[in-house]
Design a binder for this molecule. Structure first.
Ligand SMILES: Nc1ncnc2c1ncn2[C@@H]1O[C@H](COP(=O)(O)OP(=O)(O)OP(=O)(O)O)[C@@H](O)[C@H]1O
Length: 447
């Protein structure tokens, strides 16, 4: 590897405008990618992982400029790229049409659905050879020879040149897509979920092929996946993305054995381990990634984090604290519908004692949010009970005010900075920000 990375992404943002009305006035923005930075060295594979909606695909298409980034830099130091001249800035975001054409030769993309890059009316050989023609190779026989060799390299046969896409299985089509991506001898491949659409039985074959080709051609790769176990096999380093940001980045081994961000921990807890005795903590990642139009304040992961920080004034079990914040959000954001719950419970006799009915409602609301009958912290319990009384009495506003004031986490008030764990391992969480925040962090009683 050389010292100068092949690709340097700096503070890259892609915000989609949200418009309203006949004049399409912009009323907001979906911050799909919100300031990501990373390098990819020559011959290196970086995995970009996160759940659906985290912004992985938008990051990929913005880097390759299939979409115009909102801001940031994408510095590409192609090995012998015509896009890069001595006086050029190498910033893909500023490339003119000619530079972009050259860059598109040096940086190729593979998609989840291999059919998307194959014309069903063309033989697969012509589909692959077409790129050579577009980029100036006029000798037809030479094009055919190159493509036939390449088809063999990806595990197909030279005679497949004259067959049509519908004659191939999904796995074979992804092999053809790989041949198509490789035919111009690129330096960088951006692979967006290349095996997620394939049968589990053939995923390993394609991953192993990607590994072999990457080594044989000395490629750099940005490998996108929602599946941690897939990146483990293919990537040298891993960047974990959540709601438009990279929350942790480091060597694959380091990320898997010493994760620093709770989101990484949660993603890893879903990965099966070869030795079942070495069990990871079971962390259920509840809910979905919030909308990037209005991301949570402070740390964006705090609304789902199992380690969300508890201020010193409370002494709750960590799981209770998480449930309490979920309950608070349910009330404050009005997603908790007390009257519907009351109706649902009204299966007993119509003349049921009001006190009994109210007690059942309180118990049901606790249960909905995994709140125990009594919280382990007495003061917190008094506040929770009071808020439940308000809800049962129909005093929604009072409950909102009480909960919003009493239960506040530093994670929603302060945006974490990146903490450096050495060897290029960084994470963005208040718990690892500095010793001071570690001291004010909760005792993670359920660890
Ligand atoms: N054209 C668009 N306009 C507005 N919002 C968009 C647009 N494209 C994507 N988004 C939003 O940006 C966020 C990131 O989407 P993106 O597809 O990049 O995520 P992803 O991590 O690749 O997920 P997936 O694996 O499901 O594709 C999502 O909330 C998505 O709804």
């Amino acid at each position: 590897m050389t010292e100068r990375p092949l690709l340097s992404v700096r503070n890259l943002k892609k915000h989609y405008p949200i418009t309203q009305g006949i004049l399409s006035r912009q009323v907001g923005a979906a911050r799909a990618v919100d300031g990501i930075s990373f390098d990819i060295a020559e011959g290196e594979t970086l995995g970009l992982v996160g759940e659906s909606g985290c912004g992985k695909s938008t990051a990929a298409t913005s880097i390759i400029r299939l979409e115009e980034p909102t801001s940031g830099e994408v510095i590409f130091n192609g090995r012998d790229s015509a896009a890069v001249s001595a006086d050029a800035t190498n910033d893909v975001t500023k490339f003119d049409d000619a530079q972009l054409k050259a860059f598109r030769r040096d940086a190729q993309m593979i998609f989840q659905d291999p059919s998307s890059s194959l014309d069903p009316r063309m033989t697969v050989g012509s589909s692959v050879a077409e790129l050579l023609e577009v980029h100036g190779m006029s000798d037809k026989q030479r094009r055919r020879d190159i493509v036939q060799n390449l088809l063999e390299d990806v595990g197909l046969s030279a005679s497949d040149y004259d067959r049509y896409p519908h004659e191939f299985s999904g796995g074979q089509k992804q092999r053809i897509a790989l041949a198509r991506a490789l035919v111009l001898n690129p330096d960088l491949i951006v692979a967006d979920e290349p095996v997620s659409a394939l049968d589990v039985s053939i995923r390993a074959e394609i991953l192993s092929l990607i590994n072999d080709l990457q080594e044989k051609y000395g490629l750099s790769m940005l490998f996108i996946s929602h599946d941690m176990s897939v990146v483990q096999d293919v990537c040298d380093r891993v960047a974990v993305m959540y709601l438009g940001e990279i929350v942790e980045i480091g060597d694959t081994e380091e990320i898997f054995t010493n994760p620093q961000h709770p989101y990484t921990e949660a993603l890893l807890s879903a990965v099966p381990r070869p030795d079942p005795r070495r069990k990871r903590q079971d962390i259920e990642l509840k809910g979905i990634v919030p909308s990037p139009t209005n991301p949570p304040s402070g740390c964006r992961f705090h609304t789902r984090c199992h380690r969300v920080i508890q201020p010193d004034e409370w002494d709750l079990e960590q799981s209770e604290w998480r449930s309490l914040l979920n309950f608070r959000d349910g009330v404050v954001e009005e997603s908790l519908d007390v009257e519907t719950t009351r109706e649902m419970l009204r299966t007993g006799p119509a003349d049921e004692d009001v006190d009994v009915a109210d007690a059942r409602l309180r118990a049901e609301l606790r249960e909905e949010y995994d709140l125990p009958e009594t919280l382990s912290d007495q003061q917190a319990e008094r506040t929770l009970s009071e808020s439940l009384d308000h809800l049962v009495e129909g005093e929604y506003g009072e409950a909102q005010e009480l909960l919003a004031e009493a239960f506040v986490t530093p994670c929603e008030q302060e945006e974490p900075a990146y903490a450096d764990h050495g060897g290029g391992h960084r994470s963005k969480c208040l718990l690892t920000n500095d010793q001071a925040s570690l001291q004010s962090a909760p005792s993670l009683k359920n660890d």
